[in-house]
Design a protein around this ligand. Structure first.
Ligand code: SF4
Length: 309
């Protein structure tokens, strides 16, 4: 009736056609067919409404919402709410995706730390660690901790099988599975097992070292081991996620990754960190609006800043 054609599909990309300024959409239809079409306007319709509690939160904090129920902010200061000292980031301010939310959160953190910069460092207490155990003369005694990540890994990889396999590997003196290896309880358990079994190398088979390696290294250090006597096998991204339709193969691959991590753990040696002086000055390249705001943000935090245009 209105000439609307409804296509259920996944859009892969939108690009501008040079010359016409039309927009070219590439999409995958439900039957897997790839298609391309050109339009003179593309509208992204996001079905997002604020949760019920958002209004209550705004009232309690004394901040204004806009007519759509999202946090009211100024176009040029999207992290500042109507109340000084309260900053916003993410979907509370309006529909947005994760990268934009993360960028905005950095901006909000910069504004907040600018406000309290005079207190920076005034309440720092230095963490005291136990003396580091000298493992140089010891043969490797490796502990392996295999994570279920709830059903994230455990729903696709047979974790107990991986643990039993790990126990058969040379130098592995202890192996167990954990529901959530990054939980506080498990950090305590890892520390206890390091002491009880005199572990001098630790392997965690769970997710990515990019996000979780520092946490486990800290646990090793707290248990008296050098934090670099640690190795990680990523059986979540590399096994359960990408082989979720082949659980047997996922389990076989998890065993392979654990075997490789254990092989590497046998050879790793302690590393020492060296403190280095840091130049406490900022450099912002690009003097446009974003660059100027970044430079002001650093300056408000009390640092000398150079802005290059
Ligand atoms: S360590 Fe990684 S895989 Fe395990 S529970 Fe935590 S996030 Fe999930």
């Amino acid at each position: 009736e209105y000439g609307v054609k409804y296509v259920r599909a996944q859009v892969g990309s939108i690009s501008e056609t040079p010359g016409t300024n039309n927009l070219r959409l590439k999409y995958e239809c439900e039957d897997g067919e790839l298609a391309e079409e050109e339009f003179d306007m593309v509208i992204l319709s996001v079905g997002l409404v604020m949760p019920k509690g958002a209004k209550e939160l705004a009232v309690n904090l004394g901040i204004d919402l806009n007519k759509y129920g999202f946090c009211k902010t100024n176009e040029f200061s999207p992290m500042e709410t109507s109340k000084p000292g309260i900053f916003v980031s993410g979907a509370f301010q309006g529909p947005k995706d994760i990268p934009e939310t993360v960028t905005q959160a950095s901006g909000a953190a910069s504004l907040a730390t600018g406000l309290i910069s005079s207190a920076r460092g005034t309440q720092v207490t230095e963490k005291v660690y136990p003396p580091e155990i000298d493992v140089s003369e010891q043969p490797p005694r490796i502990g392996v901790f295999v994570c279920h990540c709830g059903i994230n890994i455990g729903g696709f990889v047979t974790v107990p099988q991986v643990v039993e396999y790990a126990k058969t590997l040379d130098n592995v003196v202890y192996a167990e599975n954990n529901l959530y290896t990054c939980s506080q309880d498990t950090q305590k358990k890892i520390t206890e097992m390091i002491k009880e079994h005199n572990l001098n190398r630790v392997v965690v088979a769970s997710c990515t070292p990019r996000t979780h390696e520092p946490l486990f290294q800290e646990t090793l250090r707290e248990a008296g081991l050098n934090p670099h006597l640690f190795e990680m096998a990523n059986i979540r991204d590399q096994c359960s996620w990408i082989h979720m339709h082949e659980p047997e193969e996922a389990t076989i691959k998890a065993k392979d990754l654990v075997r490789m991590a254990v092989a590497k753990a046998r050879l790793i040696e302690p590393l020492q960190s060296l403190p280095l002086d840091v130049t406490q000055k900022g450099l912002v390249i690009g003097g446009g609006l974003a660059g100027m705001v970044a430079a002001i943000g650093i300056a408000k935090q009390g640092y000398e800043v150079y802005l290059i245009e």
